[in-house]
Design a protein around this ligand. Structure first.
Ligand code: GLP
Length: 239
C-alpha cells in the first residue's frame, strides 16, 4: 500500500484525476470501478473538464459502480445511478456503464448477475474507492467476516447516520444496498482509495496501520499488491 498525503482535498482530487486519466490514456478500453459519495465528486469534475477540452476520450471505457441502494427509485436524486449520471455519465462519452439494480425483483439473482457481468468483461483494471468513517468500502460494513462476492447488505446505523446528510432525514436513508464484495474489490488489478477530512482519520489509521480485521473492512486492502491511498492532512492526521 502506497500512501500519499496532500495539503488539501483539491490536491487529492487533482492527483486522483491524473491517475485515472493516465490509466485511460495507457489503456483506452479500460474497465474502471467507480465510487459514489462526496469524496470522488471533485475528481469526476476534473475528468469531465479534461473530456470537454478534448484531452480525454472515454469511448472505449467501461465502468462498474461499487454499489446501489435497495428500493430507492432509480430516478430519485440520491440513487447512485442518478448521482453517476449527474457527475459523470451524462457528461462524458463512456462505452458502457453499469450499476447493480437495487430494484430487481430477485436481489440475490441480481448480485450474481452483476458479479458475472464484471467477470465477463475481463475484470476491473482500476478500482476507485472512498472509505466510510467506520472503515466500510463500497457497502461492505464492519462485521464478523468478510463477504466475498457482490451481495445484499444491511447498512449499519453509523452509515445511515453518515448518509442522512443526503436525505431529508435518517428515516429516508434506505436500509439495504447491493454492493460489490471484498473479493470483487480485491480482484481489481489496481486500487485507488481517496479519503479526506478528520472524520475519516480513525478508519484510515486502521486501514494503514491496523491488523487485517472485518471490523474495519478497508484493512483487507493491505493484502492487495497494488493499492494507492491519497489522503488530505486531516484524513492522515492519526498516522
Ligand atoms: C458511502 C458509499 C461508499 C463511500 C462512503 C464514503 O456510503 N457506499 O462507497 O465511499 O460511503 O462516503 P463519502 O465520500 O460521502 O464520505
Amino acid at each position: 500500500m502506497i500512501v500519499h498525503v496532500f495539503g488539501d482535498a483539491s490536491q487529492v482530487a487533482k492527483a486522483a484525476a491524473s491517475i485515472l486519466s493516465a490509466q485511460i490514456l495507457r489503456k483506452p478500453d479500460s474497465v474502471l470501478g467507480l465510487a459514489t459519495g462526496a469524496t470522488p465528486v471533485a475528481t469526476y469534475e476534473r475528468l469531465v473538464k479534461l473530456h470537454k477540452k478534448g484531452i480525454l476520450d472515454f469511448s472505449g471505457v467501461t465502468t462498474f459502480n461499487l454499489d446501489e441502494y435497495v428500493g430507492l427509485p432509480s430516478d430519485h436524486q440520491e440513487s447512485y445511478i442518478s448521482f453517476m449520471k449527474r457527475h459523470l455519465f451524462d457528461q462524458v462519452n463512456l462505452k458502457a456503464s453499469y450499476l447493480p439494480d437495487g430494484n430487481a425483483k430477485d436481489l440475490a439473482a441480481e448480485c450474481q448477475r452483476y458479479e458475472e457481468l464484471i467477470t465477463s468483461t475481463g475484470g476491473i483494471d482500476l478500482q476507485l474507492l472512498g472509505i466510510g468513517s467506520n472503515g466500510h468500502i463500497g457497502f461492505n460494513e464492519p462485521g464478523d467476516n468478510f463477504v466475498f462476492g457482490t451481495n445484499l447488505t444491511d447498512l449499519t446505523q453509523s452509515t445511515i447516520e453518515a448518509n442522512k446528510r443526503f436525505f431529508d432525514s435518517a428515516d429516508q436513508v434506505p436500509r439495504q444496498a447491493i454492493s460489490m464484495g471484498i473479493g470483487t474489490i480485491l480482484s481489481a488489478q489496481e486500487i485507488l482509495l481517496l479519503a479526506m477530512g478528520k472524520n475519516k482519520a480513525e478508519a484510515v489509521l486502521g486501514m494503514v496501520r491496523g491488523d487485517i480485521t472485518p471490523k474495519n473492512p478497508s484493512s483487507i486492502l493491505k493484502g492487495h499488491p497494488r493499492v494507492t491511498v491519497l489522503l488530505d492532512e486531516d484524513a492522515a492526521s492519526l498516522l
